[in-house]
Design a protein. Structure first.
Length: 409
């Protein structure tokens, strides 16, 4: 009898329980045993094999409708210490697990790959890509599971804030979760029709000063006010924090997570930008209320929508069938309604040796459309014979001063 182990790593995402359920049902119907490993790799790294849960159809009944993870999750990283890695492989051996399905993002994928290499032929591994950030290297146009549910929830929040902003004549600055890539921030902002969404990808990898971010936001508020909308929502991608000029972060000692990434949730990006923005608005002579808000954690454990319920059903069952067919050490994808396994070696970044990160494609037509439909102040706006004077009319600066102020922003 083959024994499957299921574990979850990284942050929660809607649909995790759907993968657990479908993988359990598919394995059970093939007369296989299924063991749920609690808290990702954390307990295994300690040699602990007591924190497990025997899974069967009764245990997983209807869990696909729930957010969160019945197996919980952790960011524990077994690749940093050879002793931890050895304990993980030994613990899996003692549990009798010969097939492992990991559910997680890029870091969990790299951990699963490393465990597979350490275990050799004793363990066959498949990774199911999960993240609300949508930044795993799947083919273009294919989301990671959890993204669409999180985007829908974020869109609802932004839409409500838009109405509050219109009602109370104010501006909201919303920092939307996404460690590196701006998929979630731009996707939700597009759906909600936010006035502006700023993502790290638009700067092409260059370092960004807070002053420049604030100037872009000033331009949006100035232009929108001139057009008769002195209110709105501005969305900033959390990943902008990793692009900020070190000089603007000198006062912060930001902690790292288990995989060496800066914990961006500890950086008060919205507050920092808002303070710079307030100073700029005073100089422009614009009086308005600005409110900062972080949106992220409230998206991770919402119940999955119909798309993610269906998607994870295929991914979980596909992982089981792929492993039982003899294909291992792969990431499971669904392409054209078919399960397509991608070998781990094909999804690695040759520079880092770790899983590639899928960033927003700034050359795509959809990105171009998103930028064009936002309220962004441009040099052409200030040169326009009708709009230019309107913009100057809501500012205490004249057109020449405005052109100089917003040059290069």
């Amino acid at each position: 009898m083959a024994t499957f182990g299921l574990l979850v790593g990284g942050g929660p995402a809607p649909g995790i329980n759907g993968v657990i359920r479908s993988a359990t049902l598919a394995a059970e119907r093939r007369d296989c045993r299924v063991v749920g490993i609690l808290q990702g790799f954390e307990r295994l790294m300690q040699g602990d094999i007591d924190h497990v849960l025997e899974l069967d159809s009764e245990v997983v009944s209807r869990i696909h409708e729930q957010g969160g993870s019945i197996l919980r999750t952790s960011r524990a990283n077994p690749t940093r210490d050879p002793a931890n890695l050895e304990r993980v492989v030994d613990a899996l051996d003692r549990l009798g697990i010969d097939h492992l399905i990991s559910i997680g993002g890029d870091d969990t994928c790299f951990s699963a790959k490393t465990v597979a290499e350490a275990a050799g032929d004793r363990l066959h591994v498949a990774h199911v890509p999960k993240t609300i950030d949508n930044d795993l290297p799947l083919p273009a146009g294919i989301p990671t599971f959890g993204f669409e549910s999180a985007r829908a929830t974020a869109t609802g929040i932004l839409t409500a804030l838009q109405e509050d902003a219109r009602t109370a004549w104010r501006w909201y600055i919303v920092v939307l979760m996404g460690r590196n890539a701006g998929h979630l921030a731009l996707g939700a902002a597009n759906s909600a029709g936010a006035a502006l969404a700023v993502v790290a990808e638009e700067f092409g990898g260059e370092s960004i000063r807070l002053e420049r971010l604030a100037r872009i936001m000033e331009g949006t508020i100035l232009k929108s006010t001139a057009q008769g909308r002195p209110h709105g929502v501005i969305v900033l991608a959390e990943g902008l924090g990793e692009c900020l000029d070190p000089a603007d972060l000198a006062d912060f000692d930001l902690p790292l997570d288990e995989h060496g990434h800066v914990r961006l949730a500890e950086l008060p990006l919205g507050h920092l930008v808002k303070e710079r923005l307030r100073k700029g608005l005073v100089e422009l002579g614009i009086r308005t209320t600005t409110i900062e808000k972080d949106v992220g954690y409230e998206l991770r454990c919402v119940p999955p929508n119909a798309f993610d319920q269906d998607y994870t059903r295929d991914l979980g069952a596909g992982a089981v069938e792929t492993l039982l067919a003899g294909t291992a050490n792969v990431m499971i994808t669904r392409q054209d309604q078919r399960i397509v396994p991608l070998p781990f070696d094909e999804i690695l970044d040759p520079r880092t040796g770790k899983t590639r990160v899928r960033m927003l494609d700034v050359e795509s037509g959809s990105f171009e459309t998103a930028m064009a439909l936002q309220t962004r102040l441009s040099a052409a706006d200030l040169d326009d014979p009708v709009l230019g004077p309107k913009i100057a009319g809501v500012s205490q600066l004249d057109l020449s001063e405005l052109k100089e102020r917003f040059k290069g922003s």
